[in-house]
Design a protein around this ligand. Structure first.
Ligand SMILES: [Zn+2]
Length: 345
């Protein structure tokens, strides 16, 4: 475990092809019943081993037990009807058939606590668990009950807080909320998005993170990025608010992206989980390229607060590409660690 520049993934990693159809989102399971439960645990064991062999310091579950980072959590809640689906526009970008909120939302029992306990048993390294953020949850649903995005987000924030407390009790070291919607709905971010996130982390003593990105490397997202021009300044809205918040770590996209690197300055004082791996291409970064991205960021974040990471999840990539990218990430971080050590001599 490297104390300086500890490497981490954002969250999802490819699943084995015997568990789910590879290289796609919402991939259907290939197993069922007890065999599926056993398969998910085996996949979790493998992803931990692959991350450790790849030199990752902070280990995640790679989302091996979930079909999707938002819907799998929602499936376990009352008040959401998965039969009654409607087509909505996700993050103003692409249409998807989503479940409908038909009554008061409620979590009857922990969703991921058992999986998190299992992950805890597999490694001595710090573990990170990702949950969807409140705004991203409501953006992946049709609402026929609350009639207010804010009200529904607030209910989800309370539920996420219960879940986060269960994850903390299960031994998770870092709890992350995925809020790609923060890069789209700027007024909502200011009006209630940050407040809902603060509600979700209330009373936690573990470290907390928020991941804000430009999405998986799928066509709808890549097409959208082409419309954003040469400077992506979306983070300018959320970063100053997060800098003032109680969230400990902010995860952002950087490598190969048009995000001006000096926007990181807006987070001064927070830990920065920096995307130094592009998840929208199969091309493997060289360790020097990774180190270059991290080096630039060090003008705007203190070295003891930088966590080298990927731009987003890697679920849609092949396992081979994902493994190679993880190795490149740790090799790049090693280069920079050595530079920093040499500078101290
Ligand atoms: Zn992401």
């Amino acid at each position: 475990m490297n104390a300086l520049l500890p490497t981490s993934t954002v969250g999802s990693l490819p699943k084995p092809s015997w568990l789910a159809e590879p290289e796609q989102l919402w991939s259907p399971w290939k197993l069922s019943g007890d065999t599926l439960a056993e398969g998910k645990q085996d996949a979790l064991r493998i992803t931990v081993q692959e991350q450790q062999l790849g030199g990752l310091d902070i280990v995640s579950d790679g989302e091996q037990t979930r079909q999707h980072f938002v819907t799998t959590f929602i499936e376990h809640l009352d008040g959401v009807d998965f039969e009654n689906r409607e087509t909505v526009r996700i993050r103003n970008r692409y249409d998807a058939s989503v479940p409908t909120v038909v009554g008061a939302v409620n979590r009857e029992q922990p969703v991921f606590a058992e999986d998190a306990k299992f992950l805890r048993q597999q490694t001595d390294r710090p573990i990170k668990w990702a949950l969807p953020g409140p705004m991203t949850m409501i953006d992946t649903l049709a609402d026929r009950h609350y009639g207010s995005r804010e009200k529904l987000a607030w209910e989800f924030a309370k539920i996420l807080n219960q879940e986060a407390k269960d994850l903390e009790a299960a031994g998770v070291d870092i709890i992350q909320f995925d809020e790609p919607a923060f890069n789209v709905f700027f007024e909502d971010v200011q009006d209630w998005g940050i407040a809902a996130l603060e509600r979700a982390v209330e009373g936690l003593s573990v470290e907390t993170a928020v991941h804000i990105c430009y999405g998986y490397g799928i066509k709808a997202n890549n097409d959208w990025k082409k419309t954003l021009g040469s400077q992506w300044r979306q983070y300018e809205v959320s970063f100053p608010l997060l800098q003032q918040s109680s969230i400990d770590i902010v995860s952002l996209e950087s490598h190969n992206s048009n995000v001006p690197v000096d926007l990181i300055e807006l987070l001064r004082g927070k830990k920065v989980m920096l995307g130094a791996i592009d998840v929208a291409t199969d091309e493997i970064e060289t360790p020097e390229a990774v180190a270059g991205t991290l080096r630039k960021a060090l003008q705007f974040v203190d070295a003891d607060k930088l966590i080298p990471s990927t731009n987003c999840g890697m679920a849609p990539l092949s396992r081979e590409v994902s493994r190679a990218k993880l190795s490149a990430l740790s090799a790049g971080a090693t280069i920079l660690r050595e530079e920093l050590a040499a500078a101290l001599v």
